[in-house]
Design a protein around this ligand. Sequence first.
Ligand code: ADP
Ligand code: ASP
Ligand code: MG
Length: 417
Amino acid sequence: MARIVMKFGGTSVADLDRIRNVARHVKREVDAGHDVAVVVSAMAGKTNELVGWTRGASAMHDAREYDAVVASGEQVTSGLLAITLQDMGVNARSWQGWQIPIRTDSAHGAARILEIDGSDLIRRFGEGQVAVVAGFQGLGPDNRIATLGRGGSDTSAVAIAAAVKADRCDIYTDVDGVYTTDPRIEPKARRMKKIAFEEMLEMASLGAKVLQVRSVELAMVHKVRTFVRSSFEDPDAPGMDDFANPPGTLICDEDEIVEQEVVTGIAYAKDEAQISLRRLADRPGVSAAIFGPLAEAHINVDMIVQNISEDGSRTDMTFTVPTGDLDKALTVLDAAKPAIGFDAVQSEPGLVKVSVIGIGMRSHAGVAATAFRALAEKGINIKAITTSEIKISILIDSPYAELAVRTLHSVYGLDKS
Ligand code: ADP
Ligand code: ASP
Ligand code: MG
C-alpha cells in the first residue's frame, strides 16, 4: 500500500458532475488500499471573479483582505468534494489551510509555504480517512489566511506530498500530461512521457502554466515523484490504477531520461512590456539606480539589454516588466530620474516572450542561430533576446506569438509525425 496526494485543478471541479467524476478517481485509489490526500482548486473562473471583486471594491485594496476573499473558492470545492465522497461511501473530511496548518510567510497574495504539520493528516490516514485539502491557501505569521499566488494549488499539493512523505503526487488537469508546447496553441505538440525537473522549471517560469513554478522547485528539492495527468479520462479505464507507471508525464531527475533531446519544449508568456531609457549616463552605479527602486516597488524585471555606448558617456538600457506593472514602473522611474539621469523613456505594452528550452543545449552549438533564422524567414522581428545554458528567450510583437511558437516547434523537430 502506498500514500498518494491527488490534486484537481479548476476545470476538473468546475461543477457538481465534474466533482463526482473527481470523486470516482479518488475512490479508485482508496479502493486499491492507498492512503489518499486530495488537494482542490476553486471552480474554473471562480478565482478570477473573486479577484475582480476585490479590485472593484478598491483598486488599492489591502492584500490581507484580498486573501480573505480569494481563498474562499477553494473552501467551497473542498467541502463539496468531501460531501460527494461521503455520499459514495468514502470516509472523507475537508481541511482548510489554517486547520492543518499550512504555515506561510507574510507575503499576502504571493505567500511561500514555510512549514506543514502533517501529523494530523497522517493520524487520519491511520483511521482510513481521506483528507480533502483546500489548495492555494495557508496561514500567515499574522494568523490570517494567505494565498500562494495564481496556480498555487499545485504548490499546496507538492508541499503536502513532501510533508506526509507521499510516494506520489498526481496533478490532475484538463490535459493528459506535459506537452512539447501548449497543445491549445499547437495541435502537433507531443506529450512527453518524462521531463527533467530543470526543464519543467524553465517551462513553468517561462509561461507554461500547467504547473506553478514553486511546485516544481519543491518537487525537485524534496524529491516528490510528481505526475501530470488528466482528470477527464474515465476513472476506471484500464491502466489508470497502474501504480508505477500511470498515464501522464513524470517530472523526474535528468538521469532518469534515457534519450535526451537538444530542445524539449517551447513556452510563451504574454503581457510583457518593454521599457527603454534613452541616453543614460554610462557610469558605475547606473544599473543599481534603475533596478533598485523597481525592486523596492516589487516589480519583476526580466530581460535586460544595455547598449554599448558610442562615445563612452551615454548609452541606452532596455528591459521588460509585466504589462500590469508598466504604469507603476514608469512612475517609479520618473521619481528616480534625477538619481538615474536619462533623456527620455519609451515603453511598449502587450509583447510576447517565446522561449526554447532544453538541457541538451548545454552541449550543442547553433541552437539560437536556428531560432533566429526560422523567425526571420517568417518575417518576425525580434525585439530582445536573453539566453541561459538551457534556454533562449525572444521578445516579439503579440500578433506573431502563435506563428512563432509553431515555427520554433517545427524547426526543432518537435511536431508529432
Ligand atoms: P488547472 O486548472 O488544472 O490547474 P491550468 O489551466 O492551470 O489547469 O493548466 C493546464 C493548462 O496549461 C492546459 O490547459 C494547457 O493549455 C496549458 N499548458 C501550457 N503549456 C503547456 C504544456 N507545455 N503542456 C501541457 N499544458 C500546457
Ligand atoms: N484557484 C487558484 C487560481 O486560480 C489556485 C489554482 O487554481 O491553483 O489561481
Ligand atoms: Mg493551474
